[in-house]
Design a protein around this ligand. Structure first.
Ligand code: TXA
Ligand code: MG
Length: 321
């Protein structure tokens, strides 16, 4: 039985002993284990019920450590790391043999990230290990942005849950492949615009690409993901109807704070009209609506810009059945 606590020493000790620990990051909570220990990594896949074809991100305390796990850290990576690390950006680069194949699902590349959360930074420095960590949810479910969310799904399956409060960013890291020309594999906490303003045009692997092609270029980016139990219907930005089928209990997830609508429940993600606030609230709001036993959740998409791209990606995959 796991316990929730706030001791980074305890978390680091368990990690050094080969255990698995839920850890706070600025994006979402991760389920961490020693990335160099195949049996710890296997425990992560088992606890999440995650298929082994979906590779894990390896977390390190700084750029210097990141360089140790790749055969080549190109100048582009240096520039991106200098600007965005620590932060919600994962760089996919050719791995050294020391990273077990299980971590990367047999791929020759590893996703590396330097997380910004101070408790996670402490754990990385105390444990002196690279930490493999997918989001700390059961496979295919909504990612956790509080320790309580983790406990609801994984309490009996992890050795410890380190509580670092609610996650500030609220959507997962942006995954950028740098092996060849830069390619966006997953939109996330650093926007495409921010990346392009530093390094120029980036090829986008769209979440609406055909799944076969996407599975080849962006492993793990399954169309069905982040799924609530309640059916989810998406509507275009600014097209919220003012009448709803009266026989259905409907929950509404939207961004703007306009007139009260005749629905059973409502979550307004960004009362301040900032996409940062919307991202930070997204998963918790989706969970709250999903806990109400509604017939349908209707969610409004955002314009495809800034963090709107990451939010829409998560909503589209949550709606895919
Ligand atoms: O913000 C985040 O990235 C969070 C926190 C915990 O750091 N982690 C996270 O991990 O979202 P996860 O496992 O839920 O998503 C990792 C995704 C994989 O599904 C895959 O799409 C991509 O990152 N990825 C990881 N390693 C990769 C690799 N070697 N090549 C290509 N894509 C990779
Ligand atoms: Mg995940």
């Amino acid at each position: 039985m796991s316990t929730i606590g706030n001791s980074s020493e305890t978390a680091a000790r368990i990690l050094r002993q080969g255990g698995i620990v839920a850890l706070p990051t600025e994006t979402v909570y991760g389920l961490g284990g020693n990335a160099l220990d195949v049996s710890a990594v296997a425990k992560i896949f088992a606890a999440k019920q995650r298929p082994e074809f979906d590779p894990l991100i390896v977390h390190v305390p700084d750029t210097e450590h990141a360089r140790q796990y790749v055969t080549h850290f190109p100048p582009l990576a240096e520039r991106l790391a200098a600007r965005f690390w620590p932060g919600p950006l994962t760089l996919v680069l050719p791995k050294r043999d020391i990273i077990p194949d299980l971590v990367t699902s047999g791929l020759p590349e590893v996703g590396l990230r330097v997380p910004a959360h101070p408790l996670m930074q402490q754990v990385l420095r105390l444990a002196e290990l690279p930490i493999a960590a997918p989001s700390a949810n059961l496979f295919g479910r909504i990612s956790p942005t509080t320790a309580q969310h983790v406990a609801e799904q994984l309490a009996d399956r992890v050795d410890y849950i380190l509580d670092g409060g609610p996650c500030a960013v609220g959507v997962e890291s942006t995954v950028l492949q740098l092996t060849d020309k830069p390619r966006l594999l997953r939109p996330g906490g650093v926007s495409l615009e921010e990346l392009e303003s530093l390094i120029g045009p980036i090829e986008v692997v769209s979440s609406t690409d055909d799944p076969g092609r996407r599975a080849q270029v962006a492993p793990g980016m399954l169309p069905q993901h982040y799924a609530p139990n309640t059916p989810l219907q998406l509507i275009e930005p600014g097209t919220i109807p003012d009448t709803f089928p009266p026989e259905k209990r409907i929950g509404l997830l939207r961004f703007s704070n306009s007139a009260c609508l005749p629905v059973a429940a409502e979550e307004i993600l960004a009362p301040t009209a900032s996409d940062q606030t919307a991202a930070a609230n997204l998963f918790a709001a989706l969970r709250r609506l999903d806990s109400l036993g509604l017939d349908l959740i209707i969610a409004e998409l955002l314009p495809e810009q800034g963090l709107g791209r990451a939010i829409n990606d998560r909503l589209r995959r949550a709606a895919a059945r």
